[in-house]
Design a binder for this molecule. Structure first.
Ligand code: ADP
Ligand code: ZN
Ligand code: ZN
Length: 770
């Protein structure tokens, strides 16, 4: 049966129209109205014809069909990238829960308000003989406008856009036609701001190993056979994933297709871009938050005009409008930064898959420690799977040693460095090899607490503990609030109120005391406020200007420093104390990545993991570099407790300056969901504010009643208050993502009725807490 109705987003520049409108599809347009096409539709009281974008074609409608208006016509040029992005936005709104405008703003590059001073020029691409032949043909066909233009170009090779359109009166459509026929090329002679200086010299292209070549061939062959299933490349650290990416992009370029390369954070840009520009020159660009608005726009234009083959950036680089996108490559696919923290709270992995589908492109994921989500899909055959098991630099995986900090303390070692790590550091300094020390926290120390009564210094505006910085100042990392050091406990008056954990600054100080001759560099959020500072520190370390690089997790990922033979992880278990079901996975990933920094050159590497929980399975599997073992154990735990990827979670959060209002919003939604799902009421008794559903509680609910949907809450959010805004949430779990989407729709509808609670409501599917 033909689908009769189309949902259309009208006039996207108009922010008030925040929903699709239903239209009837007339018989004559039945074949041409598909999602993504632009249409003319009667809209508003006067039924003036407006432009709209079809986002969905369906066979049911809530309105009587006689009262619905009809689509007037379909506009040409349907599969343009910006239209694809609109379809993507509609999908994101639906999948992740946001307003249409929020979704559109996420995907559409900021439109220029000030027009660029554009001076386009037109260049003839044909040889004289070819041009003469073509001119004769045009003359025979009486294509007078074309002929005028061609003759002008035969005398001048390059002419201005204005000369062609104004003086010669050649319509721009004719110019584009000739351009697509390969007769001429339109140059945007505007000087684009290019955010990257060409970095790095040409590096010799490496002969790929058998494993690498296997992955490249597999992916490109599947692509050529129109198999668009995503691929996962599981390659141990140093196994040459980046080389594979380069070869894949080259394959895409040969096929006339562009590639988007997603990387998890700006800190990684420097090295990645260096390797990509070395191979592809200035047909590579970057997109990230350090670019100015103008620079961002320029990159989008360069992409649209086909002047770029590759764009590199964090998740937002997905929305660079390439005319012929062939591949989206997601490096370090497991990283939490791929999830957006603002509405729509999308995950780049699924969004990339949708975009790939809309663009007839393929999605390639790469990681040394794949997320449970991706790995389980690969195991089920939903993804192609490629494995890179060998280090290609001659070195093998490093030897890992676990230092039990409880034992160190018993033996009277009060330093933040275990005896073994101290010895190894001394040894590296003597041998002039480099070391990296990694700590899971920034700042001089973590939170400040009273050893006598347990009081913790907190921000008065946010429900988080303050961090102690050098000189004792206490700083809130959420709102920037600062206060001087506390000498006496405000609660009991004890003077034993102290910074709790050593941070990167303290580590640096200790190193200076212990090894006065050592040259130490520190890299954390405080030393890398600008794009340049990242690059400077990394480049200095790569040049060998320092013996030891000290830093937070930003130093453990992706970087390739062949002279590093020792890696120390100082507080392996800090990430285990997160109140998140992903804590074990996160710890395993961080440790594996950190260990992977050692021994990438010809000399073997060593790793020391310092921990208070040497028996924890995440730490054990990481020390053995046993991904498969970790994966099996972790997946069992997720299945048992209905956590992703075994199940899905929808967090519905309510925000208000008034505590009662936020709570009432959450209560209303909770009772609505309980009513529609008939789920067993189940309240969580918890002291304090930690509120991610606890494993035990969720388990009880699942096994006791086996309701379709598990409903938890309302409860105050993980951080109950930020910037004086209170936050309450409810949590819904179901193994079927689509059921949760339905519940989200239901809550939205329920809230749109009059007399409903006023608190702001946001949806978050499979939330992550970094
Ligand atoms: P990954 O991204 O998997 O950590 P890289 O792509 O950074 O690995 O490669 C690690 C090292 O191995 C780099 O120094 C790279 O130049 C080198 N390498 C990669 N592929 C090859 C190859 N086929 N032959 C020789 N060396 C290679
Ligand atoms: Zn106290
Ligand atoms: Zn604060």
């Amino acid at each position: 049966m033909k689908k009769e109705f189309a949902n259309v987003i009208v006039d996207i520049s108009h922010e008030k129209v925040d929903r699709p409108f239903g239209y009837r599809i007339p018989e004559r347009l039945a074949d041409s109205v598909t999602p993504g096409v632009r249409v003319k539709i009667p809209f508003g009281a006067g039924n003036a014809l407006r432009t709209g974008y079809v986002i969905e074609v369906t066979d049911h409608s809530e309105f009587p069909r006689e009262r619905m208006k009809e689509i007037d016509s379909v506009l040409p040029g349907t599969k343009e990238p910006s239209q694809r992005l609109i379809v993507l936005a509609a999908w994101m709104k639906q999948q992740y829960g946001s307003t249409m405008i929020q979704a559109l703003k996420t995907v559409l590059p900021a439109r220029a308000t000030v027009g660029e001073k554009e001076r386009k020029s037109i260049e003839l691409l044909l040889q004289d003989a070819q041009a003469q032949e073509l001119a004769a043909q045009m003359e025979r066909r009486h294509q007078t406008a074309r002929l005028r233009l061609l003759q002008e170009l035969m005398t001048n090779r390059t002419i201005s856009w204005e000369a062609a359109t104004k003086r010669l009166k050649v319509p721009s459509s004719v110019i584009s036609k000739l351009e697509s026929d390969g007769v001429l090329k339109v140059h945007a002679s505007v000087a684009y701001r290019n955010p990257i200086r060409r970095m790095g010299e040409e590096t010799e292209k490496k002969t790929l190993s058998e494993e690498q070549q296997g992955a490249v061939n597999g992916i490109l062959n599947a692509f050529d056979q129109n198999d668009r299933r995503p691929s996962l490349i599981h390659g141990i650290t140093g196994s040459g994933k980046t080389e594979v990416y380069l070869a894949l992009i080259e394959g895409m370029i040969k096929r006339g297709r562009q590639s988007i390369v997603l990387i998890p954070e700006i800190a990684l840009t420097y090295q990645t871009v260096q390797r990509f520009t070395a191979r592809f020159g200035d047909r590579v660009s970057v997109m990230n938050s350090t670019l100015s608005v103008g620079e961002k726009q320029d990159q989008c234009r360069r992409a649209e005009r086909g002047e770029l083959d590759v764009i590199i950036g964090p998740r937002s680089a997905l929305f660079v409008p390439f005319p012929n996108l062939g591949m989206i490559l997601m490096d370090e696919e497991h990283e939490l930064s791929y999830k957006s923290e603002t509405s729509p709270k999308y995950h780049a992995r699924e969004t990339a898959q949708k975009l790939a589908e809309l663009s007839d492109a393929t999605l390639v994921l790469g990681s040394a420690t794949p997320s449970l989500e991706a790995y389980s899909r690969a195991q089920r055959g939903d993804y192609h799977f490629y494995k890179l098991t060998k280090r290609l630099t001659g070195g093998s995986l490093p030897r890992v040693e676990i230092a039990d900090l409880r034992e160190e303390l018993r033996n009277g070692n009060r330093s933040i460095f275990s005896v073994s790590l101290q010895e190894k550091l001394r040894d590296r300094l003597a041998r002039k090899e480099q070391s990296m020390l990694f700590l899971n926290r920034r700042g001089y120390a973590g939170f400040v607490s009273c050893r006598a009564c347990g009081y913790v210094c907190k921000c008065p505006h946010c429900d988080v503990s303050l961090s102690e910085h050098r000189g004792g100042r206490l700083v809130c990392h959420y709102c920037g609030y600062e206060q001087p050091a506390v000498k006496l406990c405000p609660s009991c008056g004890s003077k034993y109120i102290l910074g709790f954990r050593a941070g990167t600054e303290a580590m640096e100080e200790q190193l200076h005391k212990m090894f006065p001759q050592a040259r130490v560099l520190r890299m954390d959020a405080d030393t890398t406020r600008t794009r340049e500072s990242y690059e400077k520190i990394l480049a200095a370390f790569a040049r060998g200007d320092a013996d030891i690089l000290v830093g937070t997790q930003m130093i453990v990922k992706g970087h390739d420093f062949p002279a590093v033979t020792l890696v120390g992880v100082l507080a392996a278990d800090l990430s285990l104390s997160m109140s998140d079901y992903r804590a074990g996975e996160r710890t395993f990933q961080l440790l594996t990545q950190a260990a992977g920094r050692a021994g990438r050159g010809s000399r073997p590497g060593e790793v020391v993991i310092q921990t208070y929980q040497p028996d924890h399975y995440s730490i054990q599997y990481a020390a053995r570099q046993d991904y498969e073992g970790f994966y099996q154990e972790e997946l069992t735990y997720r299945q048992l407790l209905s956590y992703p990827p075994a199940s899905h979670i929808l967090a519905v959060q309510f925000y208000s300056k008034k505590q009662e209002e936020a709570l009432a919003g959450a209560q209303e939604a909770a009772s609505y969901v309980r009513q529609v799902t008939q789920s067993r009421q189940f309240t969580q008794q918890m002291s304090g504010t930690v509120q991610i559903p606890t494993p035990a509680a969720a388990h009880n609910a699942a096994s006791a009643a086996l309701p379709d949907t598990i409903v938890i809450g309302p409860a105050p959010a993980l951080i109950g208050k930020i910037n004086d805004v209170y936050r309450y949430g409810i949590y819904l779990k179901n193994h079927d993502y689509e059921k949760l989407v339905e519940l989200k729709d239901g809550i939205e509808q329920m809230r749109s009725l009059p007399q409903r609670q006023k608190a702001l409501c946001q949806f978050d599917f499979d939330p992550v807490h970094s």
